[in-house]
Write a protein that binds this ligand. Structure first.
Ligand SMILES: C[S@@+](CC[C@H](N)C(=O)[O-])C[C@H]1O[C@@H](n2cnc3c(N)ncnc32)[C@H](O)[C@@H]1O
Length: 383
């Protein structure tokens, strides 16, 4: 047992990262990075094996790491860096296979232990080996954020944090998600990475979009990285038949105009438990609304009319969801500077249906002379 193996046992509780590089035996995995993760509330370590542009992951229970290290990794990499909460230690392999510690840096500030919040820091770190994000142009080849994609990166990271808040404590082994209007699918890939790789869950995600070329490219990338549970389908979500087995979550991120309504309606009609929806271009009401009451003052200026229409649209969506048995939070999911379209409807199905808000929404629509897609789809269903 080498000095590194000894130190690994000694520092296991505070271990933040272990990086092994420069293999001595020409093995294909040029680098192995070990990090703590929390899976279904339990402490694990995730080993990330890097082989050229390919990476694969393996999760082991915390207590099994020393044994795995001794069996498979000890002595076969020239350089090892071990980071704990308090210090960083570097080791170099000697000719006889043992290690010597060449540097210690004890200046690191003590970090809190691996609580839920601590685990959240590990969601989508810059420098994390997520090769699909390199293909999608969000990360550079060395996993730095592409400057022009910084806002997108912030949005996705926050989106995943909110998903993590909802799922972290659930003892689930599998998950099925539909993404409506997935576009270039930054979010879709990261959702897959979060559930399948980070949390080790059986994950099925389908992204729908109108654009055949974008869908084909996303499928190519998913295949390249062996993301078997991730696929993309060319569909018009307003009219095509979609996946119809049990679904745990529906997400939309800036799906255009009424595509959001069809996504929400799909979730309602299938009793999908979790919805995370960030609407955009709410044009529908703006194109129809007429003077009719107390809000008339707001309708005399184009900009105010547009904003009022967008607010009405999302207020009606929230009202429909609430009366269909969902608890709804309307939140600013990201600072305005990272996207002006920063309102999220976060909904979970956990209560009895009602009708009061639906009635209020219908009265507003009648008074101001507009139709709203989700309201109409719900009415058709209830008729
Ligand atoms: C602004 S992009 C957002 C893409 C992605 N969700 C993101 O945030 O990066 C909106 C996407 O919705 C897609 N879309 C709009 N209407 C759609 C519909 N009826 N069915 C499927 N996709 C739709 C568009 O093709 C476009 O890719």
């Amino acid at each position: 047992m080498s000095m590194v193996a000894d130190d690994l046992v000694a520092y296991l509780d505070g271990l933040n990262k272990l990086v092994l590089s420069a293999p001595v035996d020409g093995r294909a995995d040029t680098k192995v990075t070990v990090r703590p993760i929390a899976l279904r509330g339990k402490a694990f370590f995730q080993l990330e094996y890097q082989c050229g542009a390919q990476v694969r992951h393996r999760n082991v229970a915390k207590g099994q790491l020393p044994e795995l290290f001794e069996r498979e990794l000890d002595g076969v990499y020239r350089q090892v860096v071990l980071c704990t909460n308090n210090e960083t230690r570097q080791y170099i392999r000697k000719a006889n296979g043992s290690y010597r510690c060449t540097a210690k840096d004890e200046s690191r500030r003590a970090a809190p232990s691996l609580t839920h919040n601590r685990a959240k820091e590990y969601i989508l770190r810059e420098g994390e080996n997520i090769p699909a994000l390199v293909d999608l142009g969000v990360f550079t080849q060395d996993f730095r954020i592409v400057r022009s994609k910084y806002d997108k990166y912030k949005q996705i990271n926050r989106f995943i944090e909110l998903v993590d808040d909802a799922f972290a404590r659930l003892e689930r082994e599998d998950v099925t998600i539909l993404d409506f209007g997935c576009g270039k699918s930054y979010l879709t890939f990261v959702l897959y990475y979060y559930f399948a790789v980070k949390r080790g869950m059986r994950t099925r995600i389908i992204g729908y979009d109108l654009k055949a070329d974008v869908v084909a490219r996303c499928n190519e990338i998913a295949q390249r990285y062996g993301y078997d549970g991730l696929r993309f389908v060319v569909s018009d979500v307003t009219r095509d038949a979609l996946y119809d087995e049990p679904i745990d979550m529906i997400v939309t991120l800036h799906a255009c105009d009424t595509a959001t309504d069809y996504a929400l309606h799909y979730a309602l009609s299938r009793g999908v438990r979790h919805i995370f929806s960030v609407p955009c271009c709410q044009h529908e009401i703006n194109a129809q609304i007429q003077k009719g009451g107390d809000f008339d003052l707001l309708l005399g200026h184009g900009l105010l009319r547009e904003r009022l229409s967008a607010l009405l649209t999302d207020a009606i969506r929230a009202a429909v969801l609430e009366d269909m048995g969902y608890s709804v939070d309307v939140i600013e999911f990201i600072d305005f500077e990272h996207s002006p379209k920063n309102l999220m409807l976060r909904a979970v199905k956990n209560k009895r249906p009602g009708h009061r808000r639906l009635e209020q929404a219908r009265a507003l629509a009648a008074q101001y002379g507009f139709r709203q897609t989700l309201l109409e789809l719900t009415a058709q269903e209830q008729a």
